[in-house]
Design a protein around this ligand. Sequence first.
Ligand code: ADP
Length: 310
Amino acid sequence: MPHLLMIGECMIELSQNNELGEYKQSFAGDVFNTGVYIKRCLKDSAQVSFLSVIGEDKLSTQFLNLMANEQINSRYLYRCKSNKMGLYIINIDQYGERTFDYWRENSAARQLMQLIKQDSDKMAFSSVTTLFFSGISIAILSPDDLQDFWKFIKCRRSQGCQIVFDPNYRPALWPSPEHAKDAFEIAYSLSNVVLPGVDDHKNLYNHQTAAEIASHLEAKGIGEIIIKNGDLEVLVSARGRRTKIDIIPVTEVVDTTSAGDAFNGGYLSARQNGKSVKDAVIYAANVAGCVIQHKGAIVPKACFDTAITP
Ligand code: ADP
């Protein structure tokens, strides 16, 4: 059975609920969101695990309950005494625009490589077939831990594991754009499938078009390059051929927070199910299109299951 391992950070999310200033609490994190959508799409035909660190506090325990509800395997989830999960708040300003405040500098997830090193026997990872990480997963690691992370990825790759990367560039998490670029170049060179967004590359590389991004990445010998661009066409480059796939714009967009994460989940699950790259993009766009019509990064399961068939 395929076993997909999602590596990164999930945070406590507080979103402003009404004018009284009340906040609704939930959990979200790019790779975790993707894992949830993969599991919802693939159901019992795949195992999805989350490799991360949470605290020993009550909210961390609630997160474990969410994982159980979503049938995400917690075998690779560490709990640490000294640190808790990171937190972010979504504020709505007077014009209805969302702004974000983060408390993640000391989050438990930053301890990941230290804990893996102490526990290398238990963490054999031998059943993992696909490993997914993002630019955020690596941005939160110290320089030394990042070197250990690359060794970890290289080792999995040499054992035949498929490596998938989404750059999800967040400038505030990096000491400088050069640090991010250096790390992304390594991540790209180690990946079999990459899922960048045009905005990531506009901000970091000053690439203006999906075609420019494709030219940059094709030189690295990556098997599948899938370039997302909001409601504009997706550009795919695979086996030496570029294909453009139209996106049907959603008219009632409610919240695009996890559009890219949902797309990634749909794409990876469709590929696991044997769909072609093109059909997987169409399926992924349906999944993302469904998710952006609801509030929150992880939309209610009932709405999702009604709209999306495996
Ligand atoms: P990210 O969250 O990484 O910035 P994008 O905004 O590029 O991702 O969106 C990812 C995918 O979500 C797109 O490729 C598309 O399939 C879907 N999507 C995003 N916005 C829309 C929209 N307005 N209408 C339809 N689909 C959308």
